[in-house]
Design a protein around this ligand. Structure first.
Ligand SMILES: NC(=O)c1ccc[n+]([C@@H]2O[C@H](COP(=O)([O-])OP(=O)(O)OC[C@H]3O[C@@H](n4cnc5c(N)ncnc54)[C@H](OP(=O)(O)O)[C@@H]3O)[C@@H](O)[C@H]2O)c1
Length: 241
């Protein structure tokens, strides 16, 4: 029987690449999204992967959505917490709303999702939780106090939960992408990308979503059973922990 994987924010960008790579590796996959119907329906039509809309910052919506996915595909064995947003502003201009939106999605979203699948993973003595953090959670980034705090929090969550899951054969790991060529990054003005961001990346280019997806597929596999609580950086040499 194929294992079941759920990828939040799995309909575009890095998440879409992860959904497809897991499907191509033989998993039954469901992908979630927040509200971009056009992208989600196009993704479903192109890939045949089922898509589900709910907000990861809403605990009850996560519970209801996960129950529906489990009814369709079976118990979730692999959870990829990928959904994330930016609301960038220098701290002196950052509003409480910008702070809370990012914390609620990028950090509390991990609690909201993982809490609903954790007991099932414990009961079945197998699970993989893969959290998509960021280079900016490792090094901090000007204009992203909210995002850097949330993504650093994701790493603490990963390490704590890894210790709880270990005896039950549940691994919990984080991936910290550097700058990857998705809509989130391509929204940055081209001049800023070419003159300020790419020159900071020793390999001289943005990463590709598929380069992150291949790490997720490995972490999901039985081969990665001894890796837990780890943070895997994929940033083209931009930052070493
Ligand atoms: N791109 C990068 O360079 C980079 C670098 C480091 C880390 N990351 C992290 O990697 C992850 C994916 O980034 P990306 O660039 O692929 O992002 P993206 O292209 O903007 O896609 C984000 C995905 O998350 C979904 N989403 C956003 N808020 C949500 C919410 N509250 N509930 C449910 N789904 C939600 C979006 O749904 P809709 O389509 O409906 O909006 C979309 O599917 C994020 O966690 C990001 O922080 C990205």
């Amino acid at each position: 029987m194929s294992r079941v994987a759920l990828v939040t924010g799995g309909t575009r960008g890095i998440g879409a690449a992860i959904s497809m790579a897991l499907r191509n590796a033989g998993y039954k996959v469901a992908a979630t999204y927040a509200g971009n119907e056009e992208k989600a329906q196009a993704f479903r039509n192109e890939t045949g992967i089922s898509v589900h809309k709910w907000d990861v910052s809403d605990y009850d919506a996560c519970g209801a959505g996960i129950a529906k996915v489990q009814d369709e595909l079976g118990p979730i064995d692999i959870l990829v917490n990928n959904a994330g947003i930016t609301r960038d502003a220098m701290f002196h201009k950052m509003t409480p709303q910008q702070w809370h939106e990012v914390i609620n999605t990028n950090l509390t979203g991990l609690f909201n999702m993982t809490h609903h699948v954790w007991q099932g993973m414990r009961d079945r003595s197998f699970g993989r939780v893969i959290n998509i953090s960021s280079i900016n959670g490792q090094k901090g980034q000007m204009g992203q106090a909210n995002y850097s705090a949330a993504k650093a929090g994701d790493l603490g969550f990963t390490k704590a939960l890894a210790q709880e899951g270990a005896a039950k054969n549940i691994t919990v790991n984080a991936i910290c992408p550097g700058y990857i060529g998705t809509e989130m990054v391509l929204a940055v003005p081209e001049k800023v990308l070419n003159e300020r961001i790419i020159p900071q990346i020793p390999v001289g280019r943005l990463g590709e979503p598929e380069e992150i997806a291949r790490i997720a597929v490995f972490l999901a596999s039985d081969d990665a059973g001894f890796i837990t609580g780890s943070t895997i950086s994929a940033n083209g040499g931009q930052f070493f922990v």
